[in-house]
Design a protein around this ligand. Structure first.
Ligand code: GLN
Length: 536
């Protein structure tokens, strides 16, 4: 029977429930258990697809095309197994499902209420993953902080669920903060005591407390927390600030979080965790033998969470190359033909980021012109690839005012245009070209050299595409379509013949980069940048 672990958060947000969940899952997986992680988000949007990255950070896209919370990216990067729509559920989706059932007449004669109808729907979504038969353990992370109005139905559903399946089949891990008061020179346990009291008011006794802290928690403090919060002292787990999120599984191993969990769930401790390749990755990450400076040109650069997966993909690719990747964020809005050289000089590679809308678009074009003309490695992702096509059209093919119709509907040369199937779509939510699509890579191209195979699959999130009416003109001038979707002929990868590394992808390779499988496009882009730095 599947066992269920719930992770709640107390005291404050941003304690890192996602990283703790992913780290615990990693330890259990490395002992041979089949584990998945699910996140419940208490907001009313059906999914984060329509949210501005400034509100919510990156929107992570799964294989099956769900637009989800960025924590799912951590789950995949740590576990190297794909997630799906079932791994991210919002309050909006729960209500939508219940209201649809009400309209169908499923509750005829009954008043539809938060308890039991909304909580039943939440419990159904918890069970879906467990009942798939694919997992021994399902970890469910409850977004928000205990005590928030919005997360109440989820907390109540957890209480009911635990009561239904019995204490040894589930447990609750509460993540909390132990602040250090510099003036008093002391770590304080009171916020944790209050947070656990709040959980108790809702009928939930946590089994394990993971205590986020900037200083080590000594045995006396552990005993005090245990006494006031009714947990065993070995269930008080220290989670000290780490220099990289990839250290956290090892820190949790040292605190024996995995053993405590397995004992409480009455699961065998099986083998000792096999973390050899993880440690090897950490060794490479922490002992780089070289360094490259890569510019990330985008319009959300003030908020690094907006480019979470790209940053993590650089960490994986850097470790693979035993090289420290220093990412410099360049706000595309500030780049002009006059200052581009000044702003971009000293970089060994430039990545132009995904994005939507006009703001900062022309700055991206300037960045691309500079790296194309100066043989600096270039990597364009989604909008970044589209910008490269526009830049080439304007400055090489002489198509004055060439553009994407997203930026200028009336451009004389619509080299990037809206996909046919997108034209009739009115609703904005969940209607882009989303999720995994296959792509054929042409032999003899740089892309083929990188992937080493002709059939690949990558994840998408866009409405616009390369306009095939211009394909011949581009090919003749040296911009090649090295990857094509076999089902509809959409151009998925472009590259320049006469450039050391100039590649754009209509898809998002960053979403598939994991610790175990760094993405080859990132690995090769970093290697090309390293090569450029060496030659300089
Ligand atoms: N705005 C572009 C489109 O919709 C690119 C989207 C993206 O970069 N994810 O096609």
């Amino acid at each position: 029977m599947t066992k269920y672990i719930f992770v709640t958060g107390g005291v404050t947000s941003s304690l890192g429930k996602g990283i703790i969940s992913a780290s615990l899952a990693k330890l259990l997986q490395s002992r041979g258990y089949r584990v998945t992680i699910q996140k419940f988000d208490p907001y009313i949007n059906i999914d984060p697809g329509t949210l501005n990255p400034y509100e919510h950070g990156e929107c992570y896209v799964t294989e099956d095309g769900a637009e989800t919370d960025l924590d799912l990216g951590h789950y995949e990067r740590f576990l190297n197994t794909p997630t799906s729509q079932a791994n991210n559920i919002t309050t909006g989706r729960i209500y939508q499902n219940v209201i649809n059932l009400e309209r169908e007449g499923a509750f005829l004669g009954k008043t539809v209420q938060v308890v039991p109808h909304i909580t039943d729907e939440i419990k159904r979504n918890i069970r879906i993953l467990g009942e798939s038969g694919n997992y021994d353990i399902v970890i469910t992370e409850i977004g928000g902080t205990v005590g928030d109005i919005e997360s109440l139905p989820f907390v109540e559903a957890v209480r009911q669920f635990r009561w239904e399946i019995g204490p040894s089949n589930s447990l609750v891990i509460h993540l909390t903060l132990i602040p250090f008061l510099a003036a008093a020179g002391e770590l304080k346990t009171k916020p944790t005591q209050h947070s656990v009291k709040t959980l108790l008011e809702y009928g939930i006794q946590p089994d394990i407390l993971v205590c986020r802290t900037e200083h080590h928690i000594n045995q006396d403090i552990r005993k005090k927390i245990a006494l006031f919060c009714n947990v065993n002292v070995n269930a008080v787990i220290e989670s000290i600030d780490a220099s990289t999120i990839y250290d956290v599984p090892l820190l949790m191993l040292k605190e024996q979080l995995d053993k405590t969990v397995l004992t409480k769930l009455r699961l065998s401790h099986k083998n000792e965790p096999d973390l050899e390749s993880w440690k090897e990755f950490l060794g490479r990450l922490k002992n780089p033998t070289s360094e490259v400076r890569i510019g990330l040109v985008g319009k959300y650069v003030e908020l690094p969470d907006a480019y979470k997966s790209i940053n993590e993909a650089f960490i994986h690719a850097g470790a693979k190359n035993e090289c420290k990747v220093r990412v410099t964020y360049i706000p595309s809005e500030q780049l002009t033909p006059e200052n581009a050289v000044e702003r971009l000089k000293g970089l060994h590679g430039v990545l132009v980021a995904p994005g939507f809308g006009e703001r900062g678009f022309e700055g991206k074009i300037e960045a691309i012109r500079y790296v194309r003309e100066n043989n600096i490695p270039f990597f364009g992702i989604c909008l970044g690839m589209q910008c490269a096509v526009v830049e080439f059209g304007r400055n090489v093919l002489g198509l004055t005012n060439a553009n994407s119709t997203e930026m200028n509907e009336f451009t004389p040369y619509p080299v990037i245009a809206m996909m046919e199937e997108q034209k009739k779509i009115k609703n904005k939510g969940g209607t882009m070209r989303l999720g995994a699509y296959s792509c054929d890579v042409k032999k003899g191209t740089k892309a083929y050299g990188i992937y080493g195979k002709t059939h690949i699959s990558e994840r998408h999130r866009h409405r616009f595409e390369f306009n095939n009416e211009y394909l011949k003109q581009y090919e003749e001038a040296g911009m090649l379509p090295s990857g094509i979707n076999p089902d509809n002929n959409l151009v998925e990868i472009i590259e320049l013949k006469k450039h050391p590394f100039f590649i754009g992808g209509q898809f998002h390779p960053e979403l598939k980069s994991t610790v175990a499988n760094p993405h080859p496009l990132f690995v090769n882009f970093v290697a090309a940048s390293l090569e450029y730095a060496r030659r300089k």
